[in-house]
Design a protein around this ligand. Structure first.
Ligand code: 9YT
Length: 132
């Protein structure tokens, strides 16, 4: 069994800080669960364009308010606590955080560790660090 605490994990290199977001990776590839599990904070007033060509992701909104726009068909969805979205078709999208958003995110395949988005908004297929 693996038991971890978010506040503790935030004091370690599990906390990855990028330009418009930060993410604490609670479970990674090395845990051999078949997915990774992250608690992500999107900073208020930011827009993040993403396109996970190598991953599927499900996102659950814990707190905050924002807009999710599909860059496939232009549909805009409200994001608020209780909303979930799944990028089941590797959907190209942009997330606008009207307030700070706290999100729970699951990635399949799991992230290795310290990945941040490349210029296209994707994570690479492999990485150097393999944490649990
Ligand atoms: C919602 C989203 O995908 N934000 C980018 C960060 C990502 N969730 C991560 O690395 O945890």
């Amino acid at each position: 069994m693996i038991v971890r605490n978010l506040a503790d994990a935030r004091q370690t290199d599990r906390r990855i800080v990028s330009k418009t977001w930060e993410s604490t990776r609670m479970l990674l590839k090395g845990a051999e669960m078949g997915f990774s599990f992250h608690i992500t904070t999107i900073y208020a007033g930011t827009e993040t364009e993403m396109w996970y060509k190598n991953h599927l992701e499900a996102v659950y909104c814990i707190s905050g308010r924002g807009k999710l726009k599909s860059l496939v068909d232009g549909t805009v969805y409200d994001i608020f606590p209780g909303q979930m979205y799944a990028l089941n078709e590797h959907d190209h999208h942009v997330l606008h955080a009207e307030t700070e958003l706290e999100l729970a995110c699951v990635f399949n395949p799991p992230l290795y560790g310290n990945e941040v988005h490349d210029e296209s908004g994707a994570y690479p297929e492999t990485a150097d660090v393999v944490a649990g």
